[in-house]
Design a protein around this ligand. Sequence first.
Ligand SMILES: [Zn+2]
Length: 217
Amino acid sequence: MRDIIHTAFGKFLSVIFPDNCVGCGKEGQVFCQNCVVKTKKQTRTKASVLFLDKLYYWGIYEDKTLSRALRRFKYQGIQGLSEPFSDILKDLITPQLSYFSNDALIVPIPAHINRKRGRGYNQAELLAVKLSEKVPIPLAPDILIKSKNTKSQTSLSGVERIFNVKNSFSVARPEFVKNKKIILVDDIITTGATLCEAAKVLKEAGANEVTGLVVAK
Ligand SMILES: [Zn+2]
């Protein structure tokens, strides 16, 4: 795993956190299959997010192992976690493959270019790329654009989050989105403000339906 950590910070952290499972501490894997399975809570829910037709999520953020894994992935540059996380997303979507076989696209929640530069990668994009290698659904990484650099949602309240992301996304090539089923990929959903805003612009661009696919809620 150390070979694929590109950022200096990531290299530094790989010394502190070697390839030990975030759940049980076993050496050799960043998130072992046993611990991954234990974090499974849910597979599908009726999306209570405006503009989102369906939502698939694996576990809940209150699960200590899952939240630790997500924090390491998002803030500590442990990119090796994209493997078990994309396996999780694959598991969630596999029962629906016949439904998504023809006119679906995998679209990551984009990060603004400034934030992507700071972190070295966009974790949602990394998950979407890995997922598209594991399921027969094409990836469309450049269709949804983060056109406005917004504050991190982490410190904001529910209402603030809605205003913060408002008008922050745009669709680069609406002709590719028209009449498509969009599978929007992100690592976590909290209030749903981000997925809501992204789904809204995709629908305005002509998408037939938008499904959220995330690791944790
Ligand atoms: Zn484990």
